[in-house]
Structure formats: C-alpha cells, structure tokens
Design a protein around this ligand. Sequence first.
Ligand code: PGA
Length: 258
Amino acid sequence: MSTRRPIVAANWKMNKTQPETAEFLSAFLPLLGPACASDVVIVPPFTSVPKASEFLRNHPVVGLGAQNMHPKPNGAFTGEIGAPFLVDLGVTHVVLGHSERRQYFAESDAFINEKVRAALAAGLTPILCIGETLEERDAGRLEAVCRTQLQGGLALVAADAAPKVVIAYEPVWAIGTGRTASPAQAQEAHAFVRSVLADLFGHAIAGQIRIQYGGSMKPDNAVELMAQPDVDGGLIGGASLQPESFFAIIKAAAESVA
Ligand code: PGA
C-alpha cells in the first residue's frame, strides 16, 4: 500500500464572495474536526483569500491555496499577484497551470515552470495541473501531451524539491462536464505520470510525489477513484462548493489509506 498521504483540494474557481466563504467554512470545519487522514486545501478566488485566512491561518489540517500566481515577486505587472502577497496571507498551496488558464489565458509550459519554481522558492506547495483534451486523447496523444507538460512544468526543479510538488492529472474532457475518467482510465494515466516523474527524478522520489485526480470527481465516484494505487487525492471543482459533498470526498480519500 502507498504511504503517500492523500491530498484533497477545493478549487472554487470564480465562485464564493467573502460572506459565502465564511458561510462555507463555518459549516465545513466542524464536519472535519481536529484530525484527518488526508491533507485538505481550500482554494478560494484571490479576493476571498483574506476571509479564508481568518479561518485557516496555521490550521492543523486545512491548507489555504491560491488559484494562480505570477512568477515575479513584485513589480510592474498590473493585475497580477506574486508569492510574497500570498505568503503574507497565510497561503500554503498554489494551483498552477490549470487547464482553464492554459486554454483561456494561453499559459505556456515555460511560464508555468517559472511559477512552479517561484512557488517552491517561496515555500509554497505548487499543485501543477496537467491533462489532455478529448481531441488529444482520441488522437492517441495522451502520453505525449502529459509528458510534455510534466517535462516543461518541472524543468530545473531539483530532485530534492520535487516531493513537495503535487501533480493534478485532470483530463480536460472531464472538467465540469459530469464525465469522469473511469477508475481504470485514471489509474493508467496516473501510472504513466509516475513513470515520467521517475524518468525526471528517479523511482524513489517519484514514489513520494502525490498525484491528484481532477475532473467531475463527486462523492459517488470518489471511493473507486481514490482506491486506485496511483491516485493520491483529488482536485475538486463543482463538488467542492457544498460543505457536505466536499467532506464526503475527503472521507473517501481517508478511507483509501485506512
Ligand atoms: P470539476 O473541476 O470537479 O468541476 O470537474 C475540477 C477542476 O477543474 O479542478
């Protein structure tokens, strides 16, 4: 059995104002209680991070994430936020290279790589998102696409820093569509991702890196997905917006290592 501690993150995307953030966390934190067999991360939109921080700064179980970050710490980058601004608010994790950013904001692997390295240098845990589109999968390019995104996104990351990185494998065709990868499809892709990580950093380190599944993960499919040997948690969009459904997914992750 894997010794990797699962990590389940709530990617709220452009949802939840500050009052809504407070309402969620007031209901969610009592469900979770003081201990959990899984790491949990709440990733609100930037403007709700300060409110979430009131609840989560130095929390024993729940980390606080940001949905993006600029690689430079400060300067003339209108509209952007660098690592020191996040650290200042008690942020612990940062989602990088989400497919929505790759698709709508044309983020390249090279730019994402700058962010990954800046996040690590600032002591933040990067959650690096990768995954193929339906067109790419149908064309038999899943492995080539994931390999390119991993090699590009993790370039120049030192082997001793690599275990801190979390990879989120998110097939683009499963995000927000209600169409989930089958447990077998997820396991096959995750095992491939781990093999690329082994090429980059060696087997021992690849065995420590957590790989989340993302894409329409819900309470009713989480148990089977998390039971796969190379699935180490989830990056949850839609089902993370309600405390009960997000908590049910966390329970599934905890059971997978019980
Ligand atoms: P979804 O989103 O759970 O709504 O499919 C996952 C993600 O985009 O991180």
